[in-house]
Write a protein that binds this ligand. Structure first.
Ligand code: HEC
Length: 119
């Protein structure tokens, strides 16, 4: 009978669809894992000292190993030019070519204080 002849193909199709669904679920799952990995590195930064953030968030490439300035201005004695509010504003919103939001929010105040203490 024709119907019986088709049966193995239908089985194969069902199996194939099942396999596709299973593979996408595995893909989704490992995608989630990656996202969690990113979160981990974020929280590593939120436990870092201001010096560590300075090198790990990339400040160092624009402001220099000794805060002497590279493409960005020197950060020594920045307390003579800017208030804490102004430094915080630069760190949050960026300024000109400088990107904002490099410092985790919970570290902002500590970072501002540290930047103002550089000499
Ligand atoms: C892509 C390069 C770049 C990176 C990365 C960068 N900056 Fe900047 N930064 C600049 C530039 C350029 C300016 C000057 C902006 C302007 O004149 O408007 C600046 C300005 C500043 C100022 C104000 C200084 C002043 O004299 O006006 C502070 C404070 C500062 N950056 C701190 C940081 C910190 C802390 C980080 C890391 C979290 C950082 N920057 C990352 C380029 C950068």
């Amino acid at each position: 009978m024709k119907r019986n002849a088709l049966f193995p193909y239908i089985l194969i199709m069902v199996f194939g669809v099942g396999l596709i669904v299973a593979l996408s679920l595995i893909g989704l799952y490992s995608g989630n894992e990656e996202a969690e990995g990113e979160k981990d590195s974020d929280s590593a930064l939120s436990e870092a000292t201001p010096e560590e953030i300075y090198s790990q968030a990339g400040c160092i490439s624009c402001h220099g190993e000794n805060y002497e300035g590279v493409s960005g201005p020197e950060l020594k004695n920045v307390d003579k030019r800017l208030s804490a509010e102004e430094v915080k504003n630069v760190l949050v919103n960026g300024s000109g070519p400088m990107p904002g939001n490099l410092v985790p929010e919970e570290k902002l105040d500590e970072m501002v204080e540290w930047v103002l203490s550089l000499e």
